[in-house]
Structures are given as structure tokens and as C-alpha cells.
Design a protein around this ligand. Structure first.
Ligand code: GSH
Length: 242
């Protein structure tokens, strides 16, 4: 049985592994929207202890069979306030749905285009991170070195110069939070741990200031101190970078 974090005022339920992964930007968005949500966290027992790889797969397969969705996957979101309940998968579709509903999708068509481009750029970046983080065994060292020397600088330099050229470099689009801030903060924060020198006052000061500002947003600051906040694992516990 997966861990259930029930908020009795919630009409939304987010299902995912008990890790940050693809769900973390969705969690940040809901927290900033101040919307109550329940969570089903797979791979974790109710008391918070981790399951084995075999147990977590069994946990997911038995839940999967109960989901009424055309493409069952993790993360999923169920809105039981709709009739019939709205059920959706695909992390980016979930983010866009919530961003439209809770006003994190820009103010103009030009901003929405920028958000869409950045969301896809971020997804490419994440796939590169994941390919490295999940390279297991002896191959990890070479994969990591290649990532740190070639792949990472390409993405981080892109984001650094994009933000540095903006009038308001504390947000990726416009002058307020949009869905891409939840996605990009998560990936940039991860990089401060995976490749520590990659974002610092000397290397990429605009990205560092961006991360620091995001963490001062009151809802984010209090979420980071809460019991439900996951600091680790970022990826599956059995990944090389977890
Ligand atoms: N494109 C999908 C990818 C979803 C995905 O790969 N989910 C992983 C966890 S990060 C999973 O374990 N899915 C369950 C499965 O593959 O059966 C998304 O963005 O939501």
C-alpha cells in the first residue's frame, strides 16, 4: 500500500513516487496557488520508509489497474470536484492545466509562447539529467563527466544568458511566477547538488540569484520547512544520483 497524505479539504489528488522527480514542480505550483491537495506516494510505506525496487513496482502495478485513465502513468492528477472526476497524466499537461486554472500561464500570447518554449527546453534539459542520473554501475563516472563538461554548460549558459538579458531576472517570463519557474527552479536547484560548481556567484550569478529569490517566496519558504516536503530522494533511490 502506498503512502497517503490526505487533506480532507482537497479536491485534487496527486499520485507519484515518494520522490521529487516530475512531481516536484506540480507540488510547488499547488503550494503557491494555496490549493489544498492530497498525495498518493508510491514506493513508500505509510510510515515513510522506502520499499524495495520489487515492492515499489508491485505497489504501482496494483494501483495502476484501478486508475480510470487512457494512459496511466506517474505523475497523475485527479480532480474529484469535477463530475465526472477529471483524471490526467503527463506532467507537462498537468502543469499547463493547473497553470491555466490558477493563473500561472502568463498574461499575453507572447508570454504564453515563451512559457511553452521554456517548458520544452526544460524537459530536454531534464531528459539529459535523467540519462546521466540513471546510468548505473561503472558507466556512471564517464556519463557524469560528459554531462558536467558538455551537456550541462550548454543548458545552463542558455538559461543564464536568457535571464541576465531580462528586465526582471527573478522570473523567466513577465514579472511574476509562471509554470516554468516551478520547473526551472527545480532543475537548477538539482544542479547545485549534482554539479556543485556549476551555479555559484562566480560561475552563473544570475541563476544563483534566481534560485535564492525563489526560496524566499513565502509559500515556498514555508513549504520547504513543512513535514510533507521531500528534500531527497530527487530521483529513484536506486539511481546513481538520487
Ligand atoms: N512523459 C511522462 C513521463 C512519465 C514517466 O516516465 N514516469 C515515470 C516516473 S518519472 C514512471 O515511473 N512511470 C510509470 C510507468 O512507466 O509505468 C511525464 O512527463 O509525465
Amino acid at each position: 500500500m502506498p503512502q497517503q497524505l490526505i487533506d480532507e479539504h482537497a479536491r485534487l489528488t496527486l499520485g507519484y513516487w515518494g520522490i521529487r522527480g516530475l512531481a516536484q514542480p506540480i507540488r510547488f505550483l499547488l503550494v503557491c496557488a494555496q490549493v489544498p491537495f492530497s498525495e498518493v506516494r508510491l514506493g513508500v510505506f505509510q510510515d515513510g520508509t522506502l520499499m524495495t525496487e520489487a515492492q515499489e513496482e508491485e505497489d504501482w502495478q496494483s494501483l495502476r489497474g484501478t486508475l480510470d485513465m487512457p494512459f496511466p502513468n506517474l505523475p497523475y492528477l485527479i480532480d474529484s470536484g469535477e463530475n465526472p472526476p477529471l483524471q490526467l497524466t503527463q506532467s507537462n499537461a498537468i502543469l499547463r492545466f493547473l497553470a491555466r486554472r490558477y493563473d500561472f500561464y502568463g498574461d499575453t500570447e507572447s508570454e504564453r509562447v515563451k512559457i511553452d518554449v521554456l517548458q520544452d527546453e526544460a524537459y530536454d534539459f531534464r531528459n539529459a539529467i535523467i540519462n546521466t542520473a540513471y546510468t548505473r554501475g561503472d558507466d556512471y563516472t564517464a556519463a557524469y563527466e560528459h554531462f558536467a563538461a558538455h551537456t550541462l554548460p550548454k543548458y545552463l549558459d542558455g538559461f543564464e544568458s536568457y535571464l541576465a538579458a531580462r528586465r526582471n531576472p527573478l522570473f523567466f517570463v513577465g514579472s511574476r511566477l509562471s509554470l516554468v519557474d516551478f520547473v526551472l527552479y527545480e532543475l537548477l536547484w538539482q544542479m547545485t547538488l549534482m554539479v556543485p560548481v556549476s551555479i555559484s556567484a562566480h560561475t552563473r550569478p544570475t541563476l544563483l540569484a534566481y534560485i535564492q529569490h525563489f526560496e524566499t517566496i513565502p509559500q515556498i519558504a514555508s513549504y520547504r520547512r513543512s513535514d510533507n516536503y521531500i528534500t531527497h530522494p530527487i530521483n529513484s533511490p536506486w539511481a546513481s544520483f538520487a
